[in-house]
Design a protein around this ligand. Structure first.
Ligand code: URA
Length: 234
């Protein structure tokens, strides 16, 4: 990108005024003063005006993805596996808000707004995450009571959860579990603590935002109202 357009995109001034900054020798790229108006700024260049670093202001974007199984919640995977960014191709550098396991599906938020990501994931905000879970067999009332009181697994404590039983079929029980902590493998470990296994796991809501009718692999932008709502969870 041309240097004057870049500086203007950083919110320094109009493109014409930014040209003047360049001509006046007030702009450096990677430590070298540039005075040619035809200079281009490339990805990764370090740009300064009057000795102060500047950077392009990115438009804030907020996305909800229905993450399918078989992809990881990272920006880049060293093992070359599919990532959630293979489903959401935007020019802004977005990242996933929290994590779902490789074999878990459902609602995942992605954004380039670090503050909102922090609000949603910080345990002190106790943002509710709702999961649709199928577990092996039929948990007894006593087991459900343990989940509702909080369990411990491999030395990690999991806080009390809301649990409803939606039905039993083919030796599997469908539960809806609401948690507020966001620990790694939270639901699987809670169920493992009962000596049972999770057969299927899907997140259906975060902080009141619901997945709704999004199909697997589909995404949409959040509405302004939804973004405001997430901000209010602080
Ligand atoms: N709990 C889990 O065990 N896995 C997930 O992906 C999300 C919550």
């Amino acid at each position: 990108m041309r240097i004057n357009k870049y500086l203007s995109g950083c919110g320094i001034d109009s493109r014409r005024k930014c040209e003047q900054l360049v001509l006046d020798g007030r702009v450096r790229i990677n430590g070298k003063t540039v005075t040619a108006l035809g200079t281009d700024v490339k990805d990764g260049d370090y740009v300064e005006v009057d000795g102060r670093a500047v950077a392009l202001a990115q438009r804030k974007v907020y996305v909800m993805l229905n993450k399918p199984k078989g992809c990881v919640c990272t920006v880049h995977d060293e093992k070359g596996r599919k990532t959630v960014l293979d489903f959401v191709k935007l020019k802004e550098r977005i990242f996933p808000v929290g994590r779902l396991d490789y074999d878990t599906e459902g609602l995942l938020l992605l954004t380039n707004d670090g503050e909102i990501a922090n609000t949603v994931t910080h345990p002190k905000n106790m943002v509710k995450k709702v999961y649709s879970v199928r577990v092996e067999g039929e948990p007894s009332e006593a087991e459900l009571k343990r989940l509702r009181a909080g369990v411990e697994y491999n030395g990690v404590k999991y806080a009390a959860a809301q649990v409803s039983v939606l039905g039993t079929e083919n030796n599997e029980t469908k539960l809806e579990i609401t948690v507020t902590e966001g620990k790694n493998h939270e639901i699987k470990n809670m169920i493992e603590s009962l000596g049972r296994r999770v057969m299927f796991l899907k997140r259906t809501a975060i902080g009141g935002l619901r997945l709704g009718g999004l199909s697997r692999g589909e995404w949409r932008y959040l509405s302004a109202k939804e973004v405001e709502h997430l901000k209010s969870l602080r």
